[in-house]
Ligand binder design. Sequence first.
Ligand SMILES: CCC/C=C/C(=O)SCCNC(=O)CCNC(=O)[C@H](O)C(C)(C)COP(=O)([O-])OP(=O)([O-])OC[C@H]1O[C@@H](n2cnc3c(N)ncnc32)[C@H](O)[C@@H]1OP(=O)([O-])[O-]
Length: 295
Amino acid sequence: MANIAKIFASRAQCVLQAAARQPQVATRFSSSSTNNNWEYIKTEVAGEGKNVGVITLNRPKALNALCNGLMKELSTALQQFSKDKTISAIVLTGSEKAFAAGADIKEMVGNTYSQCIQGNFLNDWTEVARTQKPIIAAVNGYALGGGCELAMMCDIIYAGDKAKFGQPEIALGTIPGAGGTQRLTRVVGKSKAMEMCLTGNMIGAQEAEKLGLASKVVPADQLLGEAVKLGEKIGTHSNLIVQLCKEAVNTAYETTLQEGLKFERRTFHATFSTADRKEGMTAFAEKRPAKFTNE
Ligand SMILES: CCC/C=C/C(=O)SCCNC(=O)CCNC(=O)[C@H](O)C(C)(C)COP(=O)([O-])OP(=O)([O-])OC[C@H]1O[C@@H](n2cnc3c(N)ncnc32)[C@H](O)[C@@H]1OP(=O)([O-])[O-]
């Protein structure tokens, strides 16, 4: 017993030493402009290593309502950051008043059933969930309807302390159409999801954190900085392995436990074919920071 306790104690010490050797994560938010020819969004690169892409929804007059033009620009920006090898993680944010107040009600008021089917309405909404790099939603203010669904398509949600999440489509005579009845239910459970979707009632940031919808609540004015810091921390690791890890966690939502465990085990095995796995473990043994090459 004493030996086992010793082994665990020494292992824990090694893990702590490894954590101490991790490169320090910058706390300062710094950004420089990238493409500014957007109508509905802004894009920047942020962080000391300029390795975090920031996309800001920028349609203040309509509380960032997600019109077709905005969703097209968002898809394009995501594809650009995805292709950019210098970017390790992406932060998606809005304004202090609204992350996004939903799909654009005025734009879709005249839609008919046949137009929705034949025009494949919402097809432009899938890019966020398809992006291979980690996406952090930094949510201040309203995240309603499609806005809440957009946040849930991201991998991690950080919430400002005044954030409000809700699925109010029911009050408009429709239902969530971009994951509100599915992703929300998987995250918060049937009873709470049912309550939110059937009443349209909003929940605040603290409750969202308690339910596991948001992983952290921070003062509104610190939200973007905290989200960028998180992106930078993720960026200290191998982008290649981060991508595999993201796929493995997402698989938990999409399959049975047995299938998920099998996928995880094989993906874990696959990391042994990478240079970064070798480097990570070698660096640990040699008591030095790892230099990942994403190979
Ligand atoms: C995608 C899958 C399915 C998803 C469906 C949905 O998301 S359905 C949607 C689910 N979401 C909802 O049902 C929420 C709808 N929004 C609200 O209930 C309120 O705006 C509020 C409570 C968020 C803020 O109240 P507040 O008194 O602080 O602000 P305010 O009300 O004065 O708004 C300022 C301006 O923004 C405008 N605008 C806002 N949202 C939208 C929108 N979605 N659309 C278009 N426009 C929108 C608003 O018209 C106004 O413009 P105006 O008239 O001055 O030219």
